[in-house]
Design a protein around this ligand. Structure first.
Ligand code: UDP
Length: 317
């Protein structure tokens, strides 16, 4: 099967490309490299450095393709609050263009990177796919809008689609060419920040007065390799005219302090931290109910927080 991976030079997309290739899929990549890195694109793939906002780039990227894994987009909550119009344009308009161009090219299979941010502040945890969707920031709102657009597309144009709602993706993948890991600048994600913490520049703990057991936020971390495994299982299970939504997490929560403790164990030294004010837009607890992905896709995440921390650490060297 020939898969177009949009956003295929980013952290999660580039991992998908390597794992798909290792399993015999043929790959094209469309990425504008605004946050990704062209050097991750392996030999043997068709790489189009271009944009979802450019019809010509999209048409070129879809040549010969059977299915699309759509990772491309802006993904920072804080940035989305500052630049909502950019998020609307890149995420929503970009996805609209992709769906229209897929229709023109006769491509009917889609796996989309959605987000737990579509749920907003949950009324119940663990969060089911049927939970109310009330995003609390523009990033989550754009992901929800795209999910709704895909549902309409499945009904009106009979496409076969899955939206995968990620919780906190972490860890790294060791390919034949070396480690693929997060290379964001600036890095905002907890695990890389914890591992880079120094006495001079300690990692900030955003909020120590949350209503949780140790006062810090609880999140559900899922290893990027398990995450991609779920994408491939979703791709292989697509049904025409159906849009399925699956949560992807581990089903377990870790507080910020528990992540710091796991990192201290992995590094062999105590990670310096700085208690800091809450970060705007953070819910206290986000934990996925992953029973749908387990039962319908036969997916079982197998890599725990220790592997996420040790793989991220190994990727730094
Ligand atoms: N966090 C933190 N310090 C950091 C980065 C993150 O305390 O330098 C906290 C953040 O408030 C959240 C959790 O760690 O509760 C995970 O944040 P991250 O940015 O990794 O992912 P998000 O939950 O925003 O998708």
């Amino acid at each position: 099967m020939h898969v177009l991976v949009t956003g295929g030079t980013g952290y999660i997309g580039s991992t998908a490309v390597e794992i798909l290739l290792s399993q015999g899929y043929q790959i094209s990549i469309l990425d504008d490299c605004s946050t990704g890195h062209a050097d991750t694109a392996p030999a043997g793939v068709t790489f189009i450095q271009g944009s979802l906002l450019n019809g010509g780039d999209l048409a070129q990227a879809l040549v010969g393709v059977d299915a699309v894994m759509h990772f491309a987009g802006k993904s920072l909550v804080g940035e989305s609050v500052e630049k909502p119009v950019m998020y609307q344009q890149v995420n929503v308009q970009g996805s609209r263009n992709l769906l229209d161009e897929m229709h023109k090219s006769g491509v009917t299979k889609l796996v989309f990177s959605s987000s737990a941010a579509t749920y907003g502040e949950p009324e119940h945890v663990p969060i089911l796919e049927s939970a109310p969707t009330k995003p609390t920031n523009p990033y989550g709102a754009t992901k929800l809008e795209i999910d709704q657009m895909i549902t309409a597309e499945a009904t009106s144009r009979d496409i076969a689609a899955a939206s995968l709602r990620y919780f906190n993706v972490a860890g790294a993948y060791k390919s034949d060419r070396g480690w693929l890991a997060e290379r964001h600048n600036p890095e905002t994600h907890l695990i890389p920040n914890v591992l880079r913490s120094t006495k001079e520049n300690p990692v900030k703990i955003f909020g120590t007065d949350w209503p949780t057991s140790d006062g810090t936020c609880v999140r559900d971390y899922v290893h990027v390799v398990d995450l991609i495994d779920a994408h491939i299982k979703a791709l292989e299970s697509l049904q025409p005219g159906k849009h399925e939504i699956y949560n992807l997490g581990s089903g377990d929560g870790y507080s910020v302090r528990q992540v710091v403790t796991a990192a201290s164990k992995a590094t062999g030294h105590e990670i310096p931290t700085l208690d800091s004010p809450r970060r705007a837009g953070d819910p206290a607890v986000l934990i996925a109910d992953i029973n749908k992905a387990k039962s319908k896709l036969g997916w079982i995440p197998t890599r725990g927080i220790e592997s996420m921390v040790t793989d991220t650490l190994a990727s730094f060297n």
